[in-house]
Design a protein around this ligand. Structure first.
Ligand code: GLV
Ligand code: MN
Ligand code: MN
Length: 337
């Protein structure tokens, strides 16, 4: 049964890498094994399989104008659905409809590397659809299985480096210290206060590298990562300025396009589902394509457990997933009729 096949494929992807949760970080063997599995499933679906110069994987029908897909890389100890669901569902929908094409983009979690290369190289599809788990609590709280994405937040990422003076943990008086980790800690609190002061903004320091990183040595250098997000360009710019950040990555805030949104809406309404519109706080390959001018639509599946994501506890029900695949296929049918 197709619905069981979707669950089996999600299980197969989740099992890659071993250990806790999904372990298919971009550029690792885990991501490659996932691409190999997806290539076999695309071939099984009768699609013409191709890999582009950036390593993105495509499976095309004879009418490949509308592209569906997502990414197969994960964060370390990630969830079962993030990215994987969008690729598995796309294969299912394209096989059912017999039109369109599937893509598995490379390294989404590390900065949408594959989709950015694809958007720069072209040719671009006539439309892009991405199915994804919500990764938040909105649909669960509303009791709605699916949601129509109105737009995706803007994201900037960068690094900050703090220099101090190393020394002996036992002999340098507190008043004489220049501890790089203390400066970094103050910055972490500044980032929290800054984001809290801008409506809808968030900021996360997810990685700290402390040098020399030894228990009885005063830290001499700290490098930390900054991930900051806001719903519109004005608030994103304000965040960048107030954080003193020189972004190495920027994904503009984007809206979804009317045509794919209406196709998804019609597919939801045909099933008598309430149409819940919501914005995405997570970044997506869909946002890269939308920013490149591709008419883009996104469908969210309800996340359970309060919407937890980027952890092994990420959960969505098989019933919601099966419904989402039906809606995705229906939208593809409408867009290619
Ligand atoms: C991707 O999951 C992101 O929003 O960072
Ligand atoms: Mn994702
Ligand atoms: Mn993710």
């Amino acid at each position: 049964m197709p619905a069981d096949r979707v669950q089996e494929r999600l299980d197969a992807l989740f099992a890659i890498g071993g250990g806790q949760g999904a372990n298919r970080v971009g550029g690792t063997e885990g991501e490659q094994r996932a691409h190999d599995l997806a290539a076999a499933w695309m071939a099984e679906a009768g699609l013409a399989v191709e890999v582009d110069g950036a390593g993105n994987l495509f499976g095309r029908t004879r009418e490949p104008g509308v592209l569906l897909g997502s990414h197969l890389d994960s964060v370390p100890q990630g969830g079962r659905f993030d990215g994987a669901l969008g690729v598995v569902a796309a294969i299912e929908a394209v096989e059912r409809v017999g039109r369109g094409a599937v893509v598995a983009f490379r390294s989404e979690e590390t900065g949408c590397i594959g989709s950015t290369a694809f958007a720069a190289a072209g040719p671009l599809p006539s439309c892009f659809l991405e199915l994804h788990v919500e990764q938040g609590p909105v649909l669960e709280r509303l009791g709605a299985p699916l949601g129509l994405v109105s737009g995706v937040v803007g994201i900037v990422r960068g690094e900050q480096v703090f220099e101090g003076t190393g020394g002996h943990a036992g002999t340098v008086p507190m008043a004489d210290r220049l501890d790089a980790l203390v400066a970094a800690a103050e910055y972490v609190l500044h980032a929290r206060a800054t984001a809290a002061g801008i409506d809808g903004a968030v900021a996360t320091i997810g990685r700290l590298e402390v040098e020399p990183g030894f228990g009885n040595v005063i830290p001499s250098r700290v490098r930390l990562s900054v991930d900051a997000r806001a719903p519109d360009a004005e608030r994103l710019d304000r965040l960048v300025t107030e954080l003193g950040l020189q972004p190495t990555f920027r994904l503009e805030p984007v809206g979804t396009a009317q045509k794919p949104r209406e196709a998804l809406r019609a597919a939801l309404e045909e099933r008598a589902l309430t149409v819940v519109e919501l914005a995405s706080g997570a970044g997506h390959d869909a946002a890269v394509l939308a920013a490149a001018g591709v008419p883009t639509g996104m469908l969210f599946v309800r996340s359970l457990n309060g919407g937890v994501s980027h952890t092994p506890d990420e959960e969505s029900s098989p019933e919601d997933v099966a419904l989402a695949v039906d809606v995705l296929a229906d939208a593809l049918r409408r867009l290619t009729a």
